[in-house]
Design a protein around this ligand. Structure first.
Ligand code: AGV
Ligand code: CA
Length: 311
């Protein structure tokens, strides 16, 4: 019998919910082939060891992590990127002072390409940050495209307003596109099947005080303890960053185990690469077809997260 577990490569960008996505992913019934860390919503010096420490905590030091080195044109605020150092310093992740989960000799972008090329079966590529490494990999190693079964991506804002509020920008873009608009455009020009989780869907699932209390009540489970501590960093997020914290990347990740939690539309979509709307994803009939999550079974999703972390 062939091994039917999905083969997944994870590219994340070290934001708070990127680590929570990793914790969830590690509980799912799939083969995690490797991880690349994009230096976008993080500093790689914090995010790479934090990722490896989480792998150690979960008993998964068979998974290799690699540090990607390409930077997009529109940097994230340093204050947000600093959260990666806080998570890397959490006592629960620093009990021994050694990290067992391996670090690749390759750059993250090369590791992503080589891992996908080497896979005997097509890979699901889960990306919870900018599309930079995929765009690079498709230019440098065009053969990877046929070995990617599906791109599952947190990014974009279709009917919903964007979440970028930077000088000179009109606010219509979501950050993962805005960090590197040409990368998104490059991926759009490919033939890859794209399943995206734009703000239209993620706006319906904020991290609420009620959710944090529910996680607190299941602190006997080590995974809930680690996740709850990470989530606590999102407290009063709007006072720091001007917006609430959402289950952006975690909703996207849940698709790999519970694809029925969202309702999807097949739509045409374009990416704006320059000017005041750069990074905007525009729905248009002439655009490139994508499958976009547009609404969520909200209570079922919160339940899914809580159940997933009871271990
Ligand atoms: O736009 C959402 C993406 C997700 O991948 N990230 C955070 C999630 O990891 C960027 C982002 C947008 N607004 C933010 C973000 C905020 N207020 N704080 C931190 N990151
Ligand atoms: Ca992210």
């Amino acid at each position: 019998m062939a091994n039917r577990r999905p083969r997944v490569f994870f590219d994340h960008d070290g934001g708070i919910d990127d680590y929570l996505s990793l914790l969830m992913l590690l509980t799912y019934d799939l083969d995690l082939l490797g991880i690349s860390v994009t230096p976008a919503d993080c500093f790689a010096e914090g995010a790479v060891p934090a990722t490896r420490r989480i792998l150690d905590l979960a008993g998964r030091n068979d998974v290799v992590t690699a540090e990607a080195t390409i930077e997009g044109p529109n940097p994230f605020p340093d204050d947000w990127r600093m959260d990666s150092f806080k998570i890397d310093a959490f006592p629960i992740l620093n009990q021994t002072g050694v990290i067992a989960a391996p670090l690749s000799d390759h750059t993250g972008q090369e590791f992503l390409a080589q891992t996908i090329l080497a896979s005997p079966e097509p890979v699901i590529l889960l990306m919870t940050g900018p599309l930079t490494n995929l765009a690079w990999a498709m230019d440098e190693h065009p053969a990877i495209e046929v070995n990617i079964a599906e791109l599952v991506w947190m990014g974009g804002a279709l009917e919903a307003p964007g979440n970028v509020s930077e000088p000179g920008h009109d606010g219509s873009a979501e950050w993962n596109v805005y960090w590197d608009p040409p990368a998104a455009k490059r991926v759009w020009e490919s033939g890859l099947p794209i399943t995206m989780f734009p703000l239209d869907a993620t706006n319906t699932v904020p991290v609420t005080d009620e959710f944090l209390r529910a996680i607190g009540r299941q602190y006997d489970y080590p995974l809930s303890q680690a996740a709850g501590t990470i989530w606590a960093l999102t407290a009063r997020h709007e006072m720091r960053t001007g917006e609430d914290y959402y289950f952006w990347d975690t909703l996207t990740t849940s698709y790999l185990a519970a694809p029925g939690l969202c309702r999807f539309d097949e739509i045409g979509c374009d990416v704006v690469v320059e000017g005041p709307s750069q990074g905007r994803t525009v729905p248009t009939d002439q655009g490139r077809p994508v499958k976009a999550a547009m609404s969520v079974d909200v209570e079922a999703f919160y339940d899914h997260v809580l159940t997933t972390l009871r271990r």
